[in-house]
Design a protein around this ligand. Structure first.
Ligand code: SF4
Length: 355
């Protein structure tokens, strides 16, 4: 019996958006893909202990997920994500660029790391070329690599359709790991009287441990949810034409563009920006979103800032207060005009953070 090489992929950061491609790619190359479990207290505790203090929560969690895999896998896939074909000359946040080095410096006893640069802007067929380089490091070449790339792209397309239906990334990742076929589900969204755009980076929005099960919580409250990934890609792109200037960072641009889309083109009752405490890019993104929400009919806006101390009770209280305020506003027929602050008590500024 041939022993398959085990490759570890952390269920963190970009995995929440690109996991299906890489999972399928490596599986088709004949590798056994080991994925870390959903975020838990253990991954959080390890990340907090081993990562430099000023790192943001998602980077700390990434360390926790790598720690879980280091003794289970023969190689780890920790690419240096520089840019993807997106909106112009944008890159990933600088912390993404230094990730493999941070991991090497923080965690001991690591197996070999596949840390190739993923730069998909200045080249012809850049993804294919990057994949061939990675495959060569794993001793694979030729037709099998082409097939693996094509299968990966197909999985990724189906995955994006799931996310567009509002199905959470973590759930789809589990479906793939269990070996079930990815097929589109015909799920009816629960009935809702309030519609909220919950926007932010995928590794915060879709990690239900760290956001204290935000989606389930809101759905129980009868809230309909919209995400960045539910905006059709061409509409996301179009919103960029209305921005005076693109931001430097890929996920930031997606978040701001989705904000503009929901404000202009969709009837939403409010926006929740899910962010990480201490996130550099979000210092700007959050302000931009807040100002746009104010300009477009003074749409209620809430910032939910997460860090390692965020607890369920804190998130629940803030979310419930925000939703109550939205219902009050709607039931009183205020339409696009906010009720005076005295009617909503301590929510007068419509700005809440969890820390
Ligand atoms: S964009 Fe913000 S949250 Fe994401 S890795 Fe960079 S600093 Fe952390």
């Amino acid at each position: 019996m041939t022993v398959r090489l085990k490759i570890g992929i952390p269920r963190a950061l970009f995995s929440y958006l690109y996991f299906p491609f890489w999972y399928t790619f490596f599986s088709e190359l004949g590798l056994e893909v080991i994925v870390s479990s959903s975020t838990s207290k253990q991954s959080l505790d390890f990340g907090v202990k081993e990562t430099v203090n000023d790192a943001c929560l998602p980077i700390k969690l990434y360390h926790g997920h790598v720690a879980e895999l280091k003794d289970k896998a023969d190689v780890l896939f920790l690419p240096r994500l520089v840019n993807v074909r997106g909106f112009g000359k944008e890159t990933f946040c600088p912390k993404f660029l230094g990730l493999p080095d941070m991991i090497r410096n923080s965690i001991t006893g690591l197996p070999e790391i596949i840390d190739n640069n993923i730069e998909l802007v200045h080249d012809i067929f850049p993804l294919d070329k990057a994949c061939h380089k990675i495959a060569r490091r794993l001793g694979k070449s030729g037709l099998v690599v082409w097939r693996a790339i094509n299968s990966g792209k197909k999985s990724q397309q189906v995955f994006m359709k799931y996310l567009a239906q509002g199905i959470l990334a973590d759930r789809v990742i589990d479906i793939m790991i269990e070996g079930k076929t990815l097929q589109l589900l015909e799920e009816k969204p629960p009935s809702a009287d309030i519609s909220l755009a919950v926007l932010g980076y995928p590794y915060l929005v879709y990690d239900s441990f760290i956001n204290a099960d935000l989606f389930a919580r809101m759905q129980e409250m009868g809230v309909g949810l919209q995400t960045v990934e539910m905006v059709p890609p061409q509409c996301l792109k179009k919103q960029g034409e209305h921005m005076q200037k693109n931001l430097f960072w890929h996920f930031s641009n997606r978040t701001v563009r989705a904000t503009l889309y929901y404000l202009k083109e969709h009837k939403i009752d409010g926006i929740v920006h899910v962010t990480a405490f201490g996130c550099g890019p979000d210092a700007m993104v959050n302000k931009l979103m807040e100002l746009e929400a104010k300009d477009f009919g003074r749409t209620p806006f809430m910032t939910l800032s997460l860090d390692e101390h965020t607890g369920e009770a804190g998130v629940a209280t803030r979310v419930e207060a925000f939703v109550d305020m939205l219902r009050l506003r709607k039931n009183r027929g205020h339409g696009d005009v906010l009720p005076p602050p005295e009617e909503v008590g301590h929510l007068g500024t419509y700005q809440l953070t969890s820390v």
